[in-house]
Design a protein around this ligand. Structure first.
Ligand code: COA
Length: 532
């Protein structure tokens, strides 16, 4: 039974605030979609090429959902929002695949430190969920001015490709344009390679570098053209007549992979009894005000049916069972922010139960962390928090985390924050995350500074203290906000609360790939498929 008063002032104010944040989110996401902007997009089109997102749209099944990941990557950095690559999960010939498409309109599609993180994250998702990985390649390689950040750690991109292959997870490269230097190892390491005639250029060193290195005069085509690779070097398995042909061949390859679907047939699925639109009016702007996560659950799960576990115990954490798009799930949701010993123990027990029956867990975060203070320390709050963190860290069912509101302190860990490797982590625009709240953090610095001055026998500079507090509070507040955190790849994206059910449904379908069927496909052979 929902108690949400959708005509009340609180609801309307919260809804207004959320809509304002969503308008900001739209504006930031539009920057990623715009890629390199007018001049570079026009030039790209004038060359008769498709944009990264158009390539994806033509590759995936018509009218299927594409779950884009980290569109705000690089937000707040010196690089354009989106990090010159589009990643996500799309359905090709009925098979869920991870797609990684360079955006050649942004600095030639070159990879900066954020591009690298986004690409590595995509490979992790492919690995954990056993999804085929398709690279849509057209890139100037490493962003040369920031090479120090990417050259050495970026080697993992190629290692990942062959490790996926060795684990029986197919990798495909569709090469539309440049893929030079280290980039040449993307097709080099992939199981299946398609190159577009007269467009793909795949060489370790281009004509100027070859001239410098050996004095040899050579042109692009003889060094690394698609035709040469298809007929002479054997690096290309398929020569595509044009981009559309390459995408068609890509779809044929996926069709031939002999993949099973996620195997879950949800049957007839009932939607929630309450309107998903009402999710806009639940989280207060001031996160110190608690809200009931059951109101969220009622608008997300099938039939709004939630079987609560231990409802009378540890009331700051709501735990229970539900179905979402037919998939069974266990939910852990913070109710009043603070976690006490009872909540920690209840969580640990619940997580064990979910593992016993192999049911995925969904964490709905709104926590200020574990309770501090003499009574709680003496009551063993560290021990109990550690028990919950132990359970979360070692639980082997898939976890999916949604940060709805606060995510502070060790609460972030216990509720399966990024470092605890949930299969997916999405954030609402209302979220805030940091080691502690800005005022508390500035206050702690002030107390420490004052004590240090006293110890040195100095008079504490009160004016300086006030200025410091103000500065620190503003800094921590800015660094706690979702766009900033998403820019650093601390989540897989900021989502509209109204999309929560759809996003969770897609994620649950994806995590099912590893649970059934495809994990049983070929025994790992110890090596990726060697290109001959
Ligand atoms: N690092 C940093 N910036 C790069 C870059 C790279 N690897 N590759 C391209 N850019 C920048 C260009 O300087 C240019 O910036 P500007 O518009 O501000 O002048 C912008 O991206 C577009 O490049 P441009 O050369 O005009 O685009 P193009 O589509 O005609 O050609 C490439 C694209 C990738 C073929 C070409 O830029 C190139 O050869 N780059 C270097 C490739 C290389 O040797 N990489 C080695 C990586 S290990």
């Amino acid at each position: 039974m929902s108690r949400l008063d959708t005509s009340g002032d609180d609801y309307l104010a919260r809804r207004e605030a959320m809509l304002a944040k969503l308008a900001e989110l739209d504006a930031e996401q539009a920057k990623a979609v715009a890629g390199g902007g007018g001049k570079y997009v026009d030039r790209h089109r004038a060359r008769g090429k498709l944009l990264a997102r158009e390539r994806i749209e033509l590759l995936v099944d018509p009218d299927s959902a594409f779950l884009e990941l980290s569109p705000l990557a690089a937000w707040g950095s010196d690089f354009p929002v989106g990090a010159s690559v589009v990643t996500g999960i799309g359905v090709v010939e009925g098979v869920e695949c991870v797609l990684v498409a360079n955006d050649p309109t942004v600095r030639g599609g070159s990879s900066n430190p954020w591009t690298m993180r986004k690409t590595l994250r995509a490979a992790d998702i492919a690995f954990e969920n056993r999804l085929p990985l398709i690279n849509l390649v057209e890139s100037g390689g490493a962003d040369l001015p920031t090479q120090k950040e990417i050259f050495i750690p970026g080697g993992r991109i190629f290692r990942d490709l062959t490790r996926l292959s060795a684990a029986g997870i197919p990798t495909i490269a569709l090469v539309f344009g440049n893929s030079t230097a280290g980039g040449a190892y993307v097709p080099g390491m992939s199981d299946h390679v398609v190159m577009v005639k007269e467009r793909a250029k795949v060489f370790l060193g281009g004509p100027p570098l070859v001239k410098m290195a050996t004095g040899e005069e050579a042109d692009d085509e003889s060094l690394g053209g698609a035709e040469m690779h298809a007929r002479v070097s054997g690096l290309a398995d398929y020569l595509a007549a044009d981009e559309h042909d390459a995408l068609r061949i890509g779809r044929r390859i996926v069709k031939g992979l002999n993949r099973r679907g996620s195997g879950v047939s949800p049957g007839v699925v009932r939607g929630p009894l309450y309107d998903e639109d009402e999710l806009l009016g639940i989280v207060p702007e001031d996160l110190r005000i608690p809200f009931d996560p059951r109101e969220v659950i009622a608008r997300v799960v099938d039939g709004s049916e939630f079987d609560e576990f231990k409802p009378l115990y540890g009331g700051s954490l709501v735990t229970g069972w539900a179905r979402l798009h037919g998939h069974p799930i266990g939910i852990l949701a913070n109710a009043r922010g603070v976690l006490f010993s009872e909540e920690a123990q209840k969580a640990a027990q619940f997580i064990q139960l979910a593992n016993q029956v192999r049911v995925p867990l969904v964490f709905l975060q709104n926590t200020t962390g574990y309770m501090v203070g003499k009574d709680y320390e003496q009551g063993g709050i560290i021990k109990h928090g550690a028990m919950m963190i132990n359970a979360v860290a070692n639980s082997s069912v898939p976890h999916i985390t949604i940060v709805m509101g606060a995510s502070y302190g060790a609460g972030n860990y216990g509720m399966c924050g990024r470092a605890y490797d949930p299969r997916f982590l999405f954030t609402w625009p209302s979220a805030k995350s940091a080691v502690m709240g800005p005022a508390q953090l500035a206050g702690v610095l002030s107390i420490v500074g004052r004590a240090a001055a006293q110890a040195r026998g100095q008079v504490y500079d009160e004016e300086g203290d006030a200025a410091m507090r103000q500065l620190v509070e503003a800094q921590i507040e800015a660094e706690s906000l979702p766009f900033f955190l998403s820019g650093r790849l601390y989540d897989d994206g900021v989502i509209d609360p109204r999309d929560t059910r759809t996003v969770l449904g897609l994620c649950l379908s994806v995590v099912g790939n590893a649970a059934v069927g495809n994990a049983l496909v070929p025994e790992p052979s110890g090596f990726g498929v060697f290109r001959m």
